[in-house]
Ligand binder design. Sequence first.
Ligand code: AMP
Length: 282
Amino acid sequence: MRKFHRISSMQRWSQAQRRAGRRIGFVPTMGALHDGHLALVRRCRRENDLVVMSVFVNPIQFAPGEDLDAYPRDKKRDILLAEGAKVDIMFFPTREEMFPPGYATYVDVEGVSSVLCGASRPGHFRGVATVVAKLLHIVQPDTLYLGRKDYQQCVVLKRMIRDLDFPVRVRTVPTVREPDGLAMSSRNRYLDEGDRRRAVVLHRSLLEGRRTVRAGERDAGKILRRIRRRIEAEEGRIDYIVCVDPSDLKPVKRIHGRVLVAAAVKWGRARLIDNMIFNGGV
Ligand code: AMP
């Protein structure tokens, strides 16, 4: 595995590989790798000649007061895990090179960026879209791999790629979970023992909601209220819990066809997100 720290080295390597006709798959991350990240790598490995993973804790997607400084960083461990998963290139851009003094260009994906996580974290998706646009220009992959745990991020980035004609395909990968169902996340390590136990309710309550839909319930409001009560009973502080159209994230009141139920909940200083597709049939 090779490591690059400079934008120009990364870009030159990608240009040479593309000229040689090799297919490049790309997995962007913020590091503190876990099996969720590695699932993206495995899929990428199967479908490409070369796998590039970036590790960059992107400062412009954190608002002041959020966990930018506390965000877990463990470069040595990340390198070992990436090597084990047969990543070809690890790219560690520096903040200074990505956002030098005088940096002034941002990508704003309107509408889908301002709801759900975008409503509680203003500017977050502007930061995400901007950094991913830059990384796509640097890495020049054929295919980009994203995790469905961050469902809204997938919607925002697909829209950016379509609207700005990036010559890149997007593949999304199902959420990887701990044995008890909690979605793997670098932020799970913020949970203390008690909250870690309580936080499984996030996934469990979504599973229960899905069962209710399978049993015939079609009223989104009723289902959301039940999920909310279950989470609050486990001391979760709900940021949002919504039922939306999975393609444009607009609210849905009656469940017909596929809908997305997505939630963000805090326990202690950990803010966790999860989501599930419910299918109400036609
Ligand atoms: P992050 O390092 O948290 O920015 O995540 C990098 C990529 O890994 C994103 O595309 C995430 O959606 C994806 N990812 C994070 N956690 C999981 C998970 N538990 N299952 C699947 N993909 C994930």
